[in-house]
Design a protein around this ligand. Structure first.
Ligand code: SAM
Length: 227
């Protein structure tokens, strides 16, 4: 059986650090569904909070498109944050707990990004609530969904930390696949007083690192807006 390990340690593994040193750091490496929403939101002078920022790759993406912006990145891995600070000394980075970010003021950012992490956290509901509280305007986030029953049990659906395909690690995280109707209901409940909720999704085979009974998921990126 594959043992569950501390997720901070899992995200700090050398192969994971190597992966984010080379991926998800340029506009060309942003997924189509993310770019569809992100591109029209980019405005000079904007402020952005990136939850689960890894090595700050989205600061690089913003920097390719804007000359003036304020970027704050937060992550549970101090190793990721250490590298992010080296990559982007002009921006702010904090190590945080999994679902509370007391050092970050509420409704302080034009845009909050919470990409590629909710489906890998059992506390995704709390993270979503917290992410919504931090934005004064837009939240961009994603889920993995299907038409069947929601699967949250890590013994049934999990993600192995074998980024780069090299390291055969025993570390595993939950791989949460939500029923699409439940996903939408939870978003409406969690994002109090939203004014618009849009999504862009496509069917895609589950990640090669996922061990799960589901073969294909809807990768759904959502843009949620406050009035
Ligand atoms: C799959 S990467 C996503 C990186 C980036 N957001 C992207 O979309 O490319 C996950 C990152 O989120 C961090 N992370 C995972 N769970 C987190 C949580 N509950 N709160 C903050 N950061 C988290 C990990 O340490 C890792 O750096």
């Amino acid at each position: 059986m594959t043992p569950e390990i501390d997720s901070k340690a899992a995200w700090s593994l050398p192969s994971v650090m190597d992966y984010f040193a080379n991926h998800r750091k340029t506009s060309a490496q942003v997924y189509e569904s993310e770019w569809f929403f992100l591109k029209p939101l980019l405005k000079e002078g904007m402020s952005v909070l990136d939850i689960g920022c890894a090595q700050g790759g989205f600061a690089g993406v913003l920097g390719e498109n804007l000359t003036r912006f304020e970027y704050t990145g937060i992550d549970i891995s101090s190793t990721m944050i250490g590298q992010a600070r080296q990559n982007f000394p002009q921006h702010q980075f904090f190590v945080t707990s999994e679902n509370t970010y007391p050092q970050i003021p509420n409704q302080n950012f034009d845009l909050v990004l919470c990409l590629g992490i909710l489906h890998l956290n059992s506390c995704w509901r709390e993270m979503l609530t917290e992410a919504w509280q931090k934005t004064r305007r837009h939240l961009l986030m994603d889920f993995r969904e299907h038409g069947g029953t929601t699967i949250e049990d890590i013994s049934k659906s999990y993600f192995l930390m074998n980024f780069n395909g090299e390291e055969k690690t025993e570390a595993k995280l939950p791989y949460v696949i939500l029923n699409s109707g439940e996903a939408l209901d939870t978003l409406k409940e969690s994002c109090k007083e939203y004014s618009q909720l849009k999504h862009f999704g496509y069917e895609h085979p589950v990640s090669e690192s996922a061990v799960t009974p589901v073969k294909k998921v809807m990768m759904n990126t959502y843009l949620i807006e406050r009035i």
